[in-house]
Design a protein around this ligand. Structure first.
Ligand SMILES: *Cc1c(COP(=O)(O)O)cnc(C)c1O
Length: 388
């Protein structure tokens, strides 16, 4: 059996995979098992933020795996303490909780919003408002939080207590408010929903409502966070700070991690026994994530991301086939006039470029460290496909 047959014979068929077996990579370039080379504009869905096997990241991970690979959270270890301190210092949040994925980070945020409200106001204030077209994860609760009907199927009963407001519709948001609401959860740029940024006025209104009514504002920055949009968190560009922000995808540089960051008001809501994770904040993963943050904190790194974003956006916007280029920073959505996104993905693959889709758009999440040469080579393939 070859890899594809072996996979399909033994792994549940939950993914729509491309028929490519990836083997080894470096920078933003990866080879398949047959030696064909691809430029990566997908980063494994925004996770391999430093590209493939970044040398400093790989050294940090390998050194840690040879020192101690796991302790559980019944003990302390330095890599976890270092990562937590760095992430709090860089983001301005007070404390955080480590899990292993975006969904887990969001579960933690939902628990914080509900318990904050329970502790202060008692039972009955449990509703979380999320947005139509959002995506918050695949657990039963984060599926409930996800404001897309297609995800609310088969697995009944779903977790209660979620309500969906239309993005950028302030009147609808006010309609959804009542005194059972304890949280409002948003993505500044809806990723899976089609790479759509929220409007400033809508974000401002959410922050205002949350302040006035003591509602916890949760920013799901699982996709937008950790430099993806050209700032450490996308909230910075809206001049807004959520009470709770979640991160995951890009944080580990390709290893599984999720973090739920809380401001002073929410930092001590979850005390001993209130939450936990066996693997969360694992030393190897934390050592890698610290190296991701070190790389992104280097002088000029965010400017470089913004420059590359501007260059690519300008290039794509000039194409006749391109109706609009959406998103922020190196989180790019491309809406097409005549072509279909899955066809573009396939044509790019044939020519040696990995891209993603989101709804009917082509989605690009290149590694944040992509070289200008790789960026230009990838863009040339994409332009050729879009103009062909
Ligand atoms: C990917 C994603 C998630 C889910 O993350 P997992 O690591 O797959 O659990 C949640 N929220 C957003 C915005 C995402 O993009």
């Amino acid at each position: 059996m070859n890899t594809i047959e072996q996979t399909n014979a033994h792994i549940m068929g939950t993914y729509g995979r491309s028929d490519v077996v990836l083997d080894h990579g470096s920078g933003a370039t990866i080879q398949d098992a047959e030696g064909k080379s691809y430029i990566d504009f997908g980063s494994g869905i925004g996770t391999s933020s430093l590209g493939f096997c970044d040398p400093a990241w790989a050294d940090a991970v390998c050194a840690q795996v040879r020192k101690v690979q796991h302790t559980s959270n019944l003990f302390y270890h330095q890599p976890q303490a270092d990562l937590a301190e760095k992430l709090c210092n860089m983001s301005g949040y007070s404390k955080l909780f480590f899990g292993n994925s975006g969904a887990e980070a969001n579960e933690c945020a939902i628990k914080i919003a509900r318990k904050y409200s329970f502790d202060k106001y008692g039972k009955g204030r449990q509703t979380i408002i999320t947005l139509v077209n959002s995506f918050h994860g695949r657990t039963i609760t984060t599926l409930s939080a996800t404001g897309q009907d297609v995800f609310h199927n088969y697995f009944f009963p779903f977790t209660e207590g979620f309500r969906y407001a239309k993005a950028n519709d302030i009147a609808d948001l006010h309609d959804k408010l009542d005194d059972t609401v304890c949280g409002i959860m948003i993505e500044y740029v809806q990723g899976e929903g089609g790479v759509m940024a929220l409007e400033q006025s809508f974000v401002d209104e959410i922050r205002k409502i949350c302040d006035e009514k003591d509602i916890i504002m949760i920013a799901d920055e699982v996709q937008t966070g950790i430099g993806r949009t050209g700032t450490l968190f996308a909230g910075e560009q809206f001049g807004v700070k959520a009470d709770v922000t979640t991160a995951a995808k890009g944080l580990g540089g390709g290893l599984p991690i999720g973090a739920c960051l809380a401001n002073a008001k929410c930092a001590d809501v979850l005390g001993k026994g209130a939450h936990g994770s066996t693997f969360g904040g694992n030393p190897v993963v934390c050592a890698g994530a610290t190296q991701v943050l070190n790389t992104l904190a280097a002088p000029g790194k965010m400017e470089e991301i913004r420059e590359k974003s501007a260059w690519l956006r300008e290039k794509l916007s000039a194409l006749g086939e391109v109706e609009a280029v959406t998103g922020l920073g190196l989180m790019i959505g491309i809406s097409l006039r005549t072509k279909k996104a899955p066809d573009v993905l396939k044509a790019c693959l044939d020519k040696g470029l990995l891209v993603l889709t989101a709804k009917d758009r082509v989605r690009l999440l290149p590694p944040l460290t992509i070289s200008w040469d790789e960026l230009k080579a990838g863009a040339a393939i994409l332009c050729e496909v879009l103009e062909g």
